[in-house]
Design a protein around this ligand. Sequence first.
Ligand code: EPU
Length: 338
Amino acid sequence: MQVLQNVSLKPYNTFGIDVRATYLTEVFTIEELRQIILNNEWERVPKLILGGGSNILFTKDFEGLVILNRMKGIQVREETDKHVWLRIMGGEVWHELVVYAIQHGWGGIENLSLIPGLVGAAPMQNIGAYGVELEKVFDSLEAVDMETADIKTFSKAECAFGYRESVFKKELKGRYFILSVTLRLDKQPVLNTSYGDIKQTLADMRVHEPNIHSVSEAVIKIRSSKLPNPAEIGNAGSFFKNPEISKEQFESLVAQYPVMPSYPLPNGNLKIPAGWLIEQCGWKGKQVGHTGSHAKQALVLVNYGGASGNEVKALADDIRQSVQDRFGIDIVPEVNIV
Ligand code: EPU
């Protein structure tokens, strides 16, 4: 196992924040990971597991050991006429998995095309886009306990998925390293084109009989037109979650703002797009120092180059406060701030 010292984390986070880690190592096998956990020298050293670094904002140096997941492999675990169960190692790139599934004609994750990051990070926040969330295809996962090095299998129920939530962001934060994820994909795909943008884009593409391939293409088109490419401009996708408000609060707000978009939820509450709230507060496309809110999608905060994590955090705090002041709604960051 090779351990590097005093390493810049800039290449390892999509925000492109230049902080340093005291130590950094890559793990290619379960054994390598277990050796680190069980080694006395590393026992007291704080550890941070990084996948693609696509949902993190560093505000300071990390005084500890950063572990990069490099475990690869995709394997068919089980197959029936209707379904295939794929076990994917956590170090696989998420979008490459989507492409692989589409090539095999397996449906279920085409709406999740082009989401940055690694497979191991996908369950952490139950990644979602265009009407589909990971939990829809999720079967189980295997994870290594960072204290004992034991391997545990988590069922879907044990992951306690919610909107951009799981047990790994809450009670078990930092406790487990996700080794592999098993997904159940459909051999007879059922398409999900209910999200307005997808329907419109398919129509623009003159696709009359969509399939998983064309839905993926539509998603890629939408994402590329709205979301900044982290390879070109630092960002971590949506910075905040879309807030949920009560029917009463919605009714009093919509009387004031009749055009306010909303999505009804099964529990009677409504979800409001945070991007709209932020735009109404005048932040969309606004640059503040080295950071700002993206011109095409207000919910995405960007690093124009040279931003510090604290600069982005200060902007996020100001945005959050202004949405609170104007609408009485608290928008909570989705990104992990370290
Ligand atoms: N809107 C605005 N102004 C903006 C942005 C959005 O008014 O600047 C309003 C519009 O009414 C628009 C609506 O918000 O119709 C929804 O916008 P969009 O379809 O772009 O989706 P979103 O709710 O802003 C969520 C996810 C995205 C995901 C898209 C598509 C969250 C926090 N974000 O964004 O996920 O790609 O839906 O499903 O739920 C991510 O998590 O990093 C991410 C990019």
